[in-house]
Design a protein around this ligand. Structure first.
Ligand SMILES: *Cc1c(COP(=O)(O)O)cnc(C)c1O
Length: 371
């Protein structure tokens, strides 16, 4: 039997690959390879899609986080509250600007940062909070917006997993003072290489970001501020423009596949399935389940050619690289529990019904025959 991949690039919706190739050829023929018309057009189109902000295309999601923090004036001496169960990019970006990441527990049901958990860590030095819309589900934003306002904090979004996800009909990326997107190839909106974007409703922040990504230049050889080179690549922008047209369709397919898992895996073994909080839209960048038998189940699936992944096996506070932050085992029981029990199942646009059926059948067989 053919293996079932955890993720694969498939031509979904049919014809997308051809459209992407045509757009690439046209961009090559256009011969404006850096900050050309494709970048400009993508920025406008993504801004129109999200609503309520300007988009600045940058080199990757990590740079988008760094630039969003810098544009917000976060730096040395500041504390930034971040969820402990995120991809390390979120933490590293805070360190990169010279600020201190202060880790906070996620909610046990949604796995997202909450206002309640954030509030426990506010000190006079707290400057910002980064809401990570983990696995594609938007954080409960209203309480966070309220807390940010009351405590005079900047509310930033790490929307790298949540392109097109909504909170009360507003898109992720439009819910705070600034947001970072990654267009890493496997994200819900993915380029054919590295790419990212900063989104902000604040014209001054957008202006800073636009200059900062390009050596601080307002015009060529006129540097108004210090900057770096983190420009969104013209060819990637051409790809993203095509794929943006299909983002709703690709997310709808992810949601449909998720509903099949949710229906079929209900009450299977000790599974804890993804929980959708009221108002918090989910675009299933990752379909995460939890089970005490994670290791055995993953091995069982692997034997049958079914690939899975773990997001994330070691929480940030227990990673060697962050020992200097001074945390220890037991500091974040929820995150530690998640790290020990989480398993991500194959889910991507183009996963076939037969493949998904095999995953479901194998999981049911594991709990029936193998425990
Ligand atoms: C992917 C991702 C990033 C980083 O994006 P890159 O483009 O790989 O730099 C940041 N935060 C989260 C939550 C991510 O999933």
């Amino acid at each position: 039997m053919q293996p079932v991949p955890y993720f694969a690039f498939r031509d979904f919706p049919a014809g997308l690959e051809m459209q992407v190739q045509q757009a690439l050829l046209a961009a090559v023929a256009g011969k404006q390879y850096v900050l050309g018309p494709q970048v400009q057009a993508f920025e406008n189109e993504f801004a129109a899609y999200i609503g309520g902000g300007a988009v600045v295309g940058v080199g990757n999601g990590y740079d988008a986080l760094v630039i969003a923090l810098k544009a917000s004036g976060v730096g040395a001496g500041d504390e930034v509250i971040v969820p402990v169960n995120t991809f390390i990019a979120t933490i590293n970006a805070v360190l990169q600007v010279g600020a201190k990441p202060v880790l906070a527990e996620p909610d046990i049901y949604t796995y997202n940062l909450t206002a309640e958990s954030t509030a426990k860590h506010i000190t006079p030095k707290t400057k910002a909070v980064i809401a990570v819309h983990l696995y594609g589900q938007v954080c409960a934003m209203e309480p966070l917006q309220q807390l940010a306002q009351e405590s005079n904090l900047l509310l930033l979004e790490d929307a790298a997993q949540a392109h097109g996800a909504t909170y009360k009909d507003q898109f992720a990326g439009s819910l705070g003072h600034g947001a970072a997107f990654s267009f890493y190839p496997t994200k819900n909106l993915g380029a054919l290489g590295d790419a990212g974007a900063v989104v902000t409703p604040d014209a001054a922040k957008a202006d800073f970001a636009r200059k900062y990504r390009n050596y601080g230049e307002a015009q060529k050889y006129n540097s108004e501020q210090i900057g770096i080179n983190s420009r969104l690549d013209e060819l990637q922008a051409a790809v993203l423009r095509v794929k943006l047209q299909q983002l709703q369709a690709m997310n709808a397919e992810r949601q449909r596949l998720a509903q099949v898992y949710l229906r079929e895996l209900k009450q299977v073994g000790d599974f804890i399935l993804p929980f959708s909080a009221p108002d918090c839209g989910h675009v299933y960048h990752i379909f995460n389940i939890r089970t005490k038998h994670r290791g055995q189940l993953q091995a069982w699936l692997r034997e049958q050619g079914i690939a899975t992944a773990i997001h994330y096996p070691v929480p940030v506070h227990l990673q060697q690289a962050y020992a200097t932050l001074g945390y220890k085992q037991g500091d974040f029981p929820v995150a530690e529990e998640l790290a020990n029990t989480s398993l991500s199942l194959p889910l991507f646009p183009g996963l076939t019904a037969a493949e998904q059926e095999r995953v479901i059948t194998a999981i049911k067989a594991f709990f029936r025959d193998s425990l």
